[in-house]
Design a binder for this molecule. Sequence first.
Ligand code: PMP
Length: 355
Amino acid sequence: MSKFFSQKYSALTPYVPGEQPKDMQYIKLNTNESPFPPTEAVAAAVASESAKLQLYSDPECVELRAKFAKIYGIGTDQVIMTNGSDEVLNFAFMAFADDAHPLAFADITYGFYPVFAQLNNIPYEEIPLASDFSIKAQDYIGIGKTVVIANPNAPTGLCQPLSDIEEIVKSNPDNVVIIDEAYVDFGGESAVSLINKYDNLLVTGTFSKSRSMAGARLGFGIANASLIADLNTVKYSTNPYNVNRMTAAAGCAVLNENELYMANCRTIMQNREWTTCELSRLGFEVLPSKTNFVFAKSSRIGGENLYLALKERGILVRHFKKERIKDYNRITIGTAEQMQALISAIECILEEKTL
Ligand code: PMP
């Protein structure tokens, strides 16, 4: 740390993204990306925008928001587009949480929540998940804090019923409830249908997982118009051109073929069911996932050892050292071929162990 680093950030522990090693070609099952590249139409849209890089992007993302609002059945003033959903989460923490509205989120959830809380100097409470890793809705009912729930949750993959979410939103009318739906397109139940009913509900989402755009960075927030106006106040005080013109064009091109990306999600869901069956056959405990990953533990090999053995065989999965989940690995669902390679590798690893 340099002597110039502000005191207010000196205790910050930054978020650690999944590794992206370059030493060899890995089967990447560690950062929940889509295995399917975007279509030619997306590449063409990006190429055409790249010829206009001397011009700023549209800070209002007018065309993108119009297409998006139509698909989601909302008004264009009910959505904000951001540089990945990490950005809308940070904006939301800045806008809707402070000493008077501290944060509450699960002890096992997306690792960026405590980082954004620390960055913005917001007090937070980590609420333990139940022993089966589900969220205990009653812990959040009337909690009187700014609530953040990833639904489905990460890294567990578990989905909470919409009725629980509605109870939590309804019982905290003086605080914003943020529902992070990064993985909702893989079988979850979206809370977007509730935004006109509750003025304290913000739903966030991303094009990174279900729409093959992790590298372009496009996220969004959906809420009633006044919450979106507050988020825009933060955005225009931070980075008005937060979505670059190539990403905005890619987003429009993806939405033009939305059904194709939703079909990709269904393929991933099929591959997920196959992978779950195969891992169970090999003696793993696999949590029932509504995401593009599974969270699984073996009684025969520790989480870290399996992660290392797979990496040696060119397959990357995500292992977390946190005590409660250190026996598990989070495995992104890829193509059928990738998942077959994973299962064969695990079979070899387990066989070698028993020799
Ligand atoms: N929420 C959750 C639960 C996530 O797992 C991720 C992915 N790391 C994000 C939000 C952020 O994704 P992105 O910034 O790529 O939209």
